[in-house]
Design a binder for this molecule. Structure first.
Ligand SMILES: [Fe+2]
Length: 377
């Protein structure tokens, strides 16, 4: 941990079964009332959107945009922002997984500031508050309901544009496990491993701090105890709430402390071979941990001490995560994803220039990353 650290959380978080009912009270308290809801077609069809709309008593529905895709792109964000503007909406509500919430954050940016989305790429471009926004996650992994990031696909140039500002974080996040029980086992497992990646990587990041470490530890504990339960029995409300909390705490942690090489590799696997983010993070995590732990001091010793009462460090943590992957029926070798070994150098090259590498606890170049990928093949 460095001598300098900072921490910021602008989001009110409400968690528990049935807390969806609290939503209208908070929207009305913001003195805004024309709500534009951003979601995807699956949630529109499976009744989750109807359930949300049904609690919005006293609130005007300006419109519903249900065209969000798993990798939301610039043109889609600008279309949603145009429609929201035409309806006179003054409050954005995201209902869905990370892509829906990131889309709504980007829509909020265009709606509040005007211009083209691309004008705001990167860090330091958004320096005053945006319009009010609430996020209701229906998956438990990205933590997007509390992060300062939005990632939007640039389809022409094959990369995800990162938007980073404290003002992108939603004003309100509602974590109601009743909205995640319809998530299928495979998605539950993959999104849960994404949350574990945020927690583990933010704990050892070069920009971590005491608050991020505390939140990351709690998130890891919740995930090891509850992810297999949530995968095996989707209607286990206690396990679902625990996973939503874990995702949220890990999201707050990494929004402040950033991530490391498992995420850099996952971003490259997603961009070049369309491997789903949570699947890629889970698969790369044990191998990234082993690489990072081969230095003195082992950066994972403190975490295994807190989690398992052992100073065994990275090797132990990597073994525990591989066991968790197997228990959740997730792939744990790259060869299981149909990747060719010839694909690996390009993945390593792309990961080596990923922003997540800046805060990895051990320096790694493209050659090192190729060794990590080969160990995972
Ligand atoms: Fe992630």
């Amino acid at each position: 941990m460095s001598d300098y650290w900072q921490f910021y959380l602008p989001t009110r978080i409400i968690a528990g079964p049935g807390t969806l009912q609290d939503l209208p009270e908070h929207i009305l308290a913001s003195e805004h009332r024309r709500v534009f809801l951003i979601t995807d077609r699956v949630l529109r069809q499976n009744g989750i959107v109807d359930k949300v709309v049904s609690v919005l008593k006293g609130v005007e529905m300006a419109g519903i945009f249900d065209e969000v895709t798993p990798d939301s792109e610039v043109a889609l964000v600008e279309k949603a922002a145009r429609l929201a503007g035409e309806t006179g909406a003054d409050y954005l509500l995201a209902v869905g997984g990370g892509s829906c919430i990131d889309t709504a954050k980007a829509v909020n940016l265009v709606l509040s500031r005007g211009g083209n989305l691309r004008d705001y790429e990167g860090f330091g471009q958004i320096n005053t508050p945006l319009g009010p926004m609430a996020a209701i996650p229906t998956t438990a992994g990205t933590g997007s309901e509390v992060t300062q990031y939005a990632l939007i696909l640039d389809k022409q140039n094959h990369y995800k544009i990162t938007f980073l500002s404290p003002y992108l974080a939603p004003a309100l996040a509602i974590l109601d496990p009743e909205l995640t029980i319809s998530m299928p086992p495979g998605l539950t497992a993959a999104t849960g491993m994404d949350a574990l990646g945020h927690a583990v990587e933010s704990f050892v990041s070069t920009s971590t701090g005491p608050l991020a470490r505390g939140l990351a530890t709690e998130a890891c504990e919740l995930i090891f105890r509850n992810l297999p339960r949530a995968v095996a029995a989707g209607d286990d409300l206690a396990a679902r709430l625990a996973m939503l909390l874990a995702s949220n705490l890990a999201g707050i942690a990494f929004s402040n402390a950033l991530v490391g090489c498992a995420h850099a590799l996952a971003h490259a696997l997603g961009a070049l071979r369309e491997v789903p983010h949570g699947v890629a993070v889970g698969l790369m995590l044990p191998h990234s941990i082993r690489f990072n732990s081969r230095q003195e001091p082992d950066p994972y010793r403190e975490l295994t001490c807190r989690l398992f009462g052992s100073t065994a460090g990275g090797e132990m943590l990597a073994d525990m995560i591989t066991r968790l992957l197997q228990e959740c029926n997730l792939p744990y070798r790259l060869s299981q994803l149909g990747l060719a070994e010839d694909d690996l150098p390009a993945v390593a090259g792309s990961a080596s220039v990923d922003g997540a590498m800046y805060t990895n606890p051990r320096l790694a170049d493209a050659e090192d990353l190729l060794v990590i990928l080969q160990s995972a093949y």
